[in-house]
Structures are given as C-alpha cells and as structure tokens.
Design a protein around this ligand. Structure first.
Ligand code: SF4
Ligand code: ZN
Length: 311
C-alpha cells in the first residue's frame, strides 16, 4: 500500500493520527505540526534571538533543525546553541560531538559550558560528596540554572527545549500525583514571566510530538544525534515509575498521552486565574538569579556540598 500522496513507499507505519506515510510526507507532517504549535502560541516573534538547549539527543536536534528552517528565512531573527557538560564521561562526550556536528551543518554557533568550569565541580564530584541525593536532582536544577544564565549573557530572548509529548504528559501526571500546583500551572508551550527580567522564556515546540516520531524524523533526515547509551547516572526515579505507568496506558488506550496534555491545556488557564499568586519577584541572595525562595535551589544544592563559595 502506498502513501496517501500516491508516490512514496511507506516509511512510518502509523503516526499518531493513525496514518501511514512515505518518508517525505512523514517529514513534512512533523514540520507542519511543530510550525503550527509555534504559530498558534506565538512562540517566535520579531527580533528574537533564540538559544537552543542542545543535548545531542533526537529531541533538541529536531528543535534546532526546524527552528533553523524558520530563522533562515527571517532577517529579524537569529539563533545559537548551548550545550552543558556535566562531566558524565563518554556519554556526554558523544552527545557534545553530535551537537557540534549538527551546529556545523546548520551554520550556527555552539557554546559549551561545563559544571566543572562554571560551578567548580563536575556531577560525579558533587555526587561523591552527597551520595544520598539522586544525580538527576542535582543535574536538572544546576543545568537549568546554568542554561538560563548563559543564554541571557549571550543575549537570547528565548530558549527552546526539546520536550516531547511523552515528557509533557509525564510532567502533567507527576505534578498531579504529587499535588504540585505551582509547577502544574507553569506547564504549557511557553514558560515565561515578563516581570522577571533575568528569566529567559522557555519554549517547548515539540510538546505534541511523540517520542518515536522524533527518532524517525531524525533518522529520515540523517541528522546527527546520539541514540545509543543513556546517561549512566539516570537510574531509578519517580519520573521513570510514572513513565512506565502512562506508557502502559498508552499501549492499551492509544491517544492517552495526547489526552493528558490536552486536558491540562484546558484546565490550566482557569486554574491560573484562581490559584496563581501574583507573588513578589525574588532573586537569590547568593547568586542573584530569579528564585521562588530567599536562596535558589541551585545554591542550596551547592551549599550543601560546601561549594557555594565557588559560584
Ligand atoms: Fe542529568 Fe539525570 Fe539526565 Fe543524566 S539522566 S543527564 S544525571 S538529568
Ligand atoms: Zn542562587
């Protein structure tokens, strides 16, 4: 059976809408969906300088590639990529190598920052001094903080991330299960707060694209991305338990992931009106970065390791 275009052979057996597509129709369908999310949510505007948080995996590779298609046609926009090296050895070396290859292919600048140089310690060193903590807790908080700081220093107006449909559904479910209303209300295609000048708005243009379609997209275009070994530090986590559970639901009831995200999109705006505190804008008393508390999470973690003096 041929694709609906009547030309190509089937490349992707069944996309999320249940359609069988040839390679070029499949690639076009992903780009169309991502550009639609960007357009409907005004993710990109005139004079934007977009930082891509480039991890070297399929998701951020796709974001960089599609945003580059848009930026190339606009004189009033520019982009660059930032990668963070947590010091996790071979795995990170390989992802950074792939990221560099992609940036070269796209003709965009690539900025690499390491935990060791910027924070004084690599992730393995931080873990040694506090082995009770989950590596992903350190890594997530410190990486987000560093990305925001560096993107701002490099003049970015927005920062794009590769969160896909699976990631977003997991986040909705996690915040629901743990009753984390504040974090739940911050979900959506753009996370921004105009009152916090130091916070670079975060874009999630892939939040409606399932993970397996992103692998297929990068493979179809032969984009350089790292797909073999996973990070050696990503062991058991709550997110993994939630992931197993909702993927099981998706398997039994196709469309579950999409429904979870869409349901959140419907209830977040009215909930925001009722529950979101206007809240005083705070800046960390140690590093002066935006924070919901007196001392930001990154500084709390570093202080626990007696590293705050190095920031
Ligand atoms: Fe960091 Fe955890 Fe991701 Fe590894 S799996 S890169 S430790 S957040
Ligand atoms: Zn701080």
């Amino acid at each position: 059976m041929a694709c609906k275009c009547g030309k190509g052979e089937i490349y992707f057996a069944r996309n999320y809408e249940g359609t069988k597509l040839c390679k070029s129709c499949f690639v076009r369908s992903i780009e169309k969906k991502v550009k639609r999310i960007i357009r409907l949510n005004n993710l990109l505007e005139r004079n934007d300088k977009i930082a891509i948080a480039l991890s070297g995996g399929k998701d951020s590779t796709t974001v960089a590639y599609i945003i580059n298609q848009i930026v190339r046609q606009r004189r009033d926009m520019s982009m660059f990529a930032i990668s963070i090296d947590e010091g996790t050895g071979k795995y990170r070396e390989m992802t950074i190598k792939k990221s560099a290859m992609l940036c070269k292919k796209l003709g965009i600048s690539h900025h690499i920052y390491s935990f060791k140089d910027e924070l004084g310690s690599s992730l393995p060193e931080l873990m040694k001094s506090n082995p009770r903590l989950n590596a992903c807790t350190y890594c997530g908080v410190l990486r987000r903080d560093l990305l925001n700081r560096k993107a701002r220093e490099l003049g970015a107006t927005k920062m794009a991330f590769g969160f896909n449909l699976n990631d977003e559904a997991e986040s909705v479910f996690m915040n629901f299960v743990f009753g984390n209303l504040d974090k739940f209300l911050r979900l959506g295609p753009i996370v921004s707060n105009k009152k916090i000048k130091k916070f670079i708005p975060r874009l999630k243009p892939l939040r409606e694209i399932p993970e397996e379609e992103l692998y297929a997209y990068c493979d179809a275009l032969k984009l350089p991305y790292y797909k073999r070994k996973k990070c050696p530090y990503g062991k058991e986590s709550v997110r993994k338990t939630i992931r197993t559970y909702i993927y099981d639901l998706e398997e039994k009831y196709p469309g579950t992931l999409f429904q979870i995200v869409k349901f959140a999109d419907v209830i977040i705006p009215p909930l925001k009106e009722h529950f979101q505190k206007s809240g005083e804008i705070k800046y960390c008393t140690i590093c002066n970065e935006p924070s919901s508390q007196e001392v930001c999470k990154a500084c709390i973690l570093l202080r626990e390791n007696k590293k705050d003096k190095l920031r």
